[in-house]
Ligand binder design. Sequence first.
Ligand code: TYD
Length: 222
Amino acid sequence: MRGRFITFEGGEGTGKSSHAATLAQKLGAFGVGVVLTREPGGSPGAEIIRHVLLSGAAKPLGPEAEAILFAAARDDHIRNTIEPALARGRWVICDRFVDSTRVYQGAVGGVDEQLLRALERVTVGELRPDLTFVLDAPIEIALARAAQRRGGDAVDRFEDEGQEFHERLRDSFRVLAMSEPNRCVLIDASGSREAIAEQIWAVVSKRLNPATAPVRLEGIAP
Ligand code: TYD
C-alpha cells in the first residue's frame, strides 16, 4: 500500500520544522513507518543545490534561475527520496514543498506563472501532498523566533529580505491555503507549541487515519 504524503508550509520562523519533526515522532510511536525530509534538499544531490541557494550564491542570477534551481533540487528529491519511500508504504513528511516555490518565487518573487507551472509539470508531475499544513503567525512573532533559533549565525538568503517581503509571504500563504481547502489546513501558529501540535495531530488522525497505515518496520529514516 502506498504511503501518505504530508507537507508543512509557511513563512520564516512559523515553526514548520519543529512541528514536522513532532508529527513524525508521533506517527512513529503510533506504528507508522515515516520518512522525515525537507526542501530544498532531502537527497544528496538536492542538498548540494540547497547550499547554492541558501548561501545567496544564486541570487545574482535572478529569481528565474533560483526557481529553476529549486525545481532541479525538487526533481532529485522526488526521484531519490519521496517516491521510493511512498512506494514502500512509508509516510513522507516534508518541511516545505511546491507551495514554497509558488509563494516565494511566484506570488512574492514575481517569476512568471507559466514558467513555474512548466517546472511543476516536469518535476512533481501528478504527485500531490495528501495534506498540507500552512503555519501562520504574525511576522513580529515569527521573525523573533527565527532570530532566536539562529542564535549568532548569519541570516540566510530569504530571512535577509525586508519586513514587506515577509508580510507578502504571509498573505500569499494564507491565500494559497484558502484556495485549496481540501488539501490545505491553515494553522494559527502563534499559540503554544503543545496546543499547535495537538491540533495538527487531530487533523492527521481525522483526515488520514494513521491506524490504517502499514506497520512500521524501520522507524524514522533520516
Ligand atoms: P530553511 O533553512 O529550510 O528555512 P525554513 O525554516 O524557513 O524552511 O530555508 C529554506 C528557504 O528556502 C526558506 O527561506 C524558503 C526558501 N524556499 C524557496 O524560496 N522556494 C522553495 O521552493 C523552497 C522549498 C524554499
